[in-house]
Design a binder for this molecule. Structure first.
Ligand code: VGL
Ligand code: ZN
Length: 193
């Protein structure tokens, strides 16, 4: 079945930053392999004048998710560091809207909705349908999708444009199962009309 991109649709690309790609400090295996596919989605949304959002993990140096501050992750995506930059192969439109998250030392925010004005911007634009993908399937993509469903958006999980960390084998598979059970739909680029 084909899916049309129309005025009510927005593309949300989650955390496609250097640190989450091979060579980065918290690299998702094959994290960069999704970039050519994301570029196809970006082109398709631009063609339909539908908005493109990019979230980014934008931590202070002393963020609680870092091991030395009691968290479980190596230092990553410290705001303005090289690792926090969007991957250079991503073809970011000039009018893309950037959502910075997890900016406070004492708050983790996996979801692009948490502590940001993403919901308000989407509602202002009359968006009702979200196409969500990026890094990582089992963390920030999952949290963003579950929040989007809670807010009442129709949600497509872009399965060909997302990759997981799989700290425990099967994490991504379980994350996808949870998204689907809460009402998300899976899509791949070939289904876009
Ligand atoms: C993420 C781990 C830590 C993500 C962010 O973007 O999925 N994962 N911070
Ligand atoms: Zn983080």
């Amino acid at each position: 079945m084909k899916t049309k991109i129309d005025k009510g649709c927005a593309l949300i690309i989650v955390d496609v930053q250097r640190d989450f790609c091979p060579g980065g400090s918290l690299a998702v295996p094959d994290g960069d392999k999704i970039i050519p596919v994301l570029n196809l989605y970006i082109e398709a949304f631009k063609r339909r004048s539908a908005p493109v959002f990019l979230s980014r993990d934008w931590h202070p140096e002393n963020h609680k998710s870092f091991k030395e501050f009691g968290g479980q992750w190596p230092i990553h995506c410290v705001r303005n560091s090289k690792g926090s930059q969007f991957h250079p192969d991503l073809k970011i439109p000039e009018d893309a809207i950037v959502i910075s998250k997890a900016t406070e030392p004492d708050r983790e925010a996996y979801s692009a909705f948490e502590g940001t004005d993403l919901k308000e911007i989407l509602k202002d634009k009359g968006i009702n349908t979200l196409f969500i993908g990026g890094l990582a399937t089992d963390y920030c993509v999952k949290s963003t999708i579950l929040d989007a469903l809670k807010e009442g958006f129709k949600v497509y999980f872009m399965k060909d444009a997302s990759k997981g960390v799989d700290l425990h084998p099967g994490d991504s598979e379980r994350a996808v199962a949870e998204m689907i059970s809460r009402g998300a739909m899976e899509i791949e680029f070939s289904q876009i009309e």
